[in-house]
Structure formats: C-alpha cells, structure tokens
Design a protein around this ligand. Structure first.
Ligand SMILES: Cc1cc2nc3c(=O)[nH]c(=O)nc-3n(C[C@H](O)[C@H](O)[C@H](O)COP(=O)(O)OP(=O)(O)OC[C@H]3O[C@@H](n4cnc5c(N)ncnc54)[C@H](O)[C@@H]3O)c2cc1C
Ligand code: SF4
Length: 413
C-alpha cells in the first residue's frame, strides 16, 4: 500500500465510466438476492439497474427512499456478509462491488446538490429521540416523513454516535457524515446537542412533553478486562479512537503497540496506529482465522498497512507491559511486550438514566421495539440483534413505524 494519511479515504471512488462498467456486470436477477440480503432494504438490485441505464438520479432516489445513511453504509457495511454474499455473479467470477456503486451514487447526489428529502408536515404531534447515532438519525427521517415533529437529544457536542468519533476518518470522512446530517436537519428535524438525558434533562420531562420517546443511546462505554487492572500503559480501544479523532490524528503514538481483540474496533485501532506512524503494531485475537469477527475489508486494510495479526490466543497473565497469552485449543503459550496496550474487547450501554426499563445483559427488552413502558421505544445497538450501522438503520426505521402504529391506535380509541 502506498503512503497514506489518517485523513485520506483509503478506498478510491469509481469514476462514472467505471461505475457503469461495474453495473453492466450485473445479471439483473429476478428477485435479486442482493436486495433481499440488505437489512435496510436499500434495494441494490434496483439502483444498480438504474446506474446501468445511466439514470443516476433514479438510483439516488431508490437509495434515499430506504436509507437516510446511504453514503455512510456505502463505506462501512460488511458487504461480504450482507448484500454481496448472495450475488449471483460470484458463480462466474466475483460479486458486484455494491458498496462502491452505492458510494458513487450518493457522491453524485452530493456533488449535484440533489434534494430528495422534503420538509415534513409536522401535523401528527411531537416525538423525542434520545441519541443521534445512526438508529436515531434514521428514525427521525422516517418519523418526519410520517408527519411528526421530531427532536433528537444528544449528549455530545456533535451528532453521529460512533460514526463521529469511532469509525476513523480514513474509512468514513467526517464531511460525508456532515452532509447526511445536513439533509436530515433540512427536513426540519431538530437536533439538540449537549443534552444528556439523565443529567441535563430527565426522561420524565420528555414523557410529559412528547407523545412518545425513542431510546437510541447505543453502547457508549468501552469494556475492560480485570486482568489488565494493574498493567503499565493500558487504554480502552474506543477511548483511543475518540482521542485520535477529536485531535484530527495529531496525537503522540508509541513505538510499539499491542491490541487485544479481533473485531472491527481492533482493526480500526491497529490501522489508525499504523497510519499515525507507530512502527510495530500487533493484534492478538481469541478467535481463530476461520471465525474472525472483523470484516474482510478491515482485516485486509490492517494487513496491508503492516499490522501483525495473531489468531486463537487469549490473555492469561499481565506483568507491567508484558502479556502472556495461551492458545484457545492447542498447548502453546506466547509472551509479548509493547509500549502501549489497547483493549478492544467490546462495549456496553450506559442505561443508568433509564432505571425503569427492563434490560438484561446490555440489551433493552422490547416487543416490536416497544419497551415495558408503552410510550418508550428502543432501537439500534441497545436492542437484541446485529451491532452494525445498517442494522441500526433498519431498527431505527422499523421502530419509527412501530411508534406511528401505536400513536395512530391511541388516537382512534
Ligand atoms: C470503532 C468502531 C468501528 C465500527 N465499525 C463499524 C463498521 O465498519 N461497520 C458497521 O456497520 N458498524 C461498525 N461499528 C458499529 C456501529 O458504529 C454501531 O453498530 C452503530 O453506531 C450503532 O448505532 P446506534 O445509533 O445504536 O448507537 P451509537 O452510534 O452508539 O449512537 C448513540 C448516541 O447516543 C448518544 N447518547 C448516549 N447516551 C445518551 C443520553 N443519556 N442522552 C443523550 N444522548 C445519549 C451518544 O452520545 C451517541 O451519539 C463500529 C463501532 C465502533 C465503536
Ligand atoms: S446498505 Fe449496506 S448492506 Fe445494504 S445494499 Fe448498501 S452496502 Fe449493501
């Protein structure tokens, strides 16, 4: 991989000719398996057909009808597990590069200043959303289109959730996220930042003012491992990524780093460290390669940047900055030392502000997105299911529809 910077998007965009060439590889399947495998129903079968016929505007309309974060998903979806998995073209050579085509169309939409979303009617009453990550943002668009006046309360200084300070700039430029959010604000959605429910304002206040409240607070706290409590220089992965993102990559990096974990977050930390100049980056995962949790793209990027990835080892002892690992299946042990240790072992929700809702092991219990409190709904990472952006979009959209059905029924009683 040639010299790259933290701020440069690593995967290049398609030109119009390359996009049409890629779209022309599509076999135009009846009941397209790609469309059936997209959780957010972004309908790649349909938008690829539009690209093929040079109808880029129609392609953008198809994407936006179903996915308010189409430009983000185009950059971060683990497509090999989703839309591209069932692509019929795989039987001939390789699957269509759906994500890059989606990126081409949404870039075209932005470059030509298309305005697909129109301001909402706001004649159905007020709904509050807590958390401006992808689930809350998508829900706000669906509710707005259904006629509700929507306010999102966000504790941070800027909206976006993990899209803002989790996923690094070289995979998702902040400008792409800013444009997605600007489109949503232009529809009339009100986003109030610096508003943490539980401190700045209470859930009871929201319930008194709004017809329904949707919780999309995500898994905002990084987990640690007790084994590392007394280790030398240890940091939680999402704290490191936030620190790097808020400083635009202007942070001091150690000469060597050891990352514990093998998911997308671990790969993001590893690639970020490499791009910022850390000489030796080693990532140790408990999963073996056949069941590696990181997406193919993330894994390939980290490897291309020179990260050493060791699979199938779990930490058993820590002394200062030395960690001993044992193989999960075989008798082998391994001791590694590094200037800085970063733990990428998962995240948890902070639900202390919502003591009355039933939650178990990091998950809010819901029935059709409704919690045990009938005016309180939940979506995104805090409910059961996949923890990806495209799933947050799906659940945000479906939760908004569920709120609408509930409020319509409440009106007709
Ligand atoms: C480093 C990293 C890399 C990732 N990479 C990928 C990837 O490549 N592909 C992919 O599909 N997924 C990826 N994910 C997962 C993806 O980002 C999440 O699944 C998704 O962001 C979940 O969306 P959400 O809206 O449920 O929550 P979040 O994105 O967590 O947003 C929740 C929002 O709620 C706010 N909030 C929390 N509590 C309160 C409160 N009390 N009051 C007001 N606001 C509050 C938070 O500040 C935040 O803005 C990654 C995650 C991380 C951390
Ligand atoms: S939203 Fe994601 S999963 Fe769906 S078609 Fe687009 S890239 Fe594929």
């Amino acid at each position: 991989m040639s010299q790259k910077n933290y701020q440069d998007e690593l995967i290049p965009a398609f030109t119009p000719l390359l996009a049409i060439k890629e779209a022309s590889r599509c076999l135009l399947c009846h009941d397209a398996p790609c469309s059936q495998s997209c959780p957010a129903q972004t309908d790649p079968g349909k938008f690829i057909r539009s690209i093929y016929f040079r109808n880029f505007k129609g392609a953008a309309e198809t994407i936006r009808e179903n996915n308010a974060l189409g430009a983000v998903c185009a950059r971060v979806c683990p497509t090999e597990k989703l839309c591209q998995r069932g692509c019929t073209r795989s039987g001939i050579d390789k699957p269509i590069d759906i994500a890059r085509l989606q990126r081409f169309v949404t870039d075209f939409e932005q470059q030509t200043a298309m305005r697909i979303y129109q301001p909402g009617r706001k004649d159905k009453g007020k709904v509050a959303i807590v958390g401006a990550g992808p689930a809350g943002l998508q829900a706000s668009v669906t509710l707005c289109n259904l006629g509700y006046e929507v306010t999102i309360f966000e504790k941070e200084a800027q909206p976006g959730g993990w899209l803002r300070h989790g996923i690094p700039e070289f995979r998702l430029p902040q400008s792409v996220l800013d444009h997605e959010i600007a489109r949503i604000i232009a529809m009339g959605v009100n986003i109030q930042c610096h508003s943490e429910v539980g401190t700045t304002l209470t859930l009871a206040q929201l319930k008194a003012e709004y017809r329904a409240v949707l919780l999309t607070v995500g898994l905002s706290q990084g987990l640690t491992l007790p084994l590392f409590n007394d280790a030398g220089s240890v940091e939680i992965a999402v704290d490191f990524l936030q620190r790097a993102s808020k400083a635009n990559g202007n942070i001091a990096v150690p000469q060597s780093a050891l990352i514990v974990g093998g998911g997308d977050v671990a790969m993001d930390v590893a690639s970020t460290l490499k791009l910022l100049g850390c000489e030796s980056v080693t990532c140790v995962a408990r999963e073996e390669l056949a069941a590696f949790p990181a997406s193919e793209k993330e894994f390939a990027t980290a490897q291309a940047l020179g990260v050493s990835i060791i699979d199938g080892f779990t930490p058993i002892a820590v002394t200062g900055n030395k960690v001993t690992f044992r193989h999960v299946r075989l008798p082998g042990e391994l001791t590694l030392a590094a200037g800085h240790i970063i733990l990428a072992v998962g995240q948890r929700a902070g639900l202390e502000a919502f003591p009355d809702i039933t939650s178990q092991r990091n998950t809010v219990e819901t029935q059709h997105y409704q919690t045990t409190d009938p005016v309180l709904f939940a979506a995104g990472d805090i409910i059961q299911g996949d923890k990806t952006v495209v799933y947050a979009v799906k659940t945000g959209k479906e939760a908004a529809q569920s709120i609408h059905h509930y409020l319509e029924e409440a009106c007709s009683c």
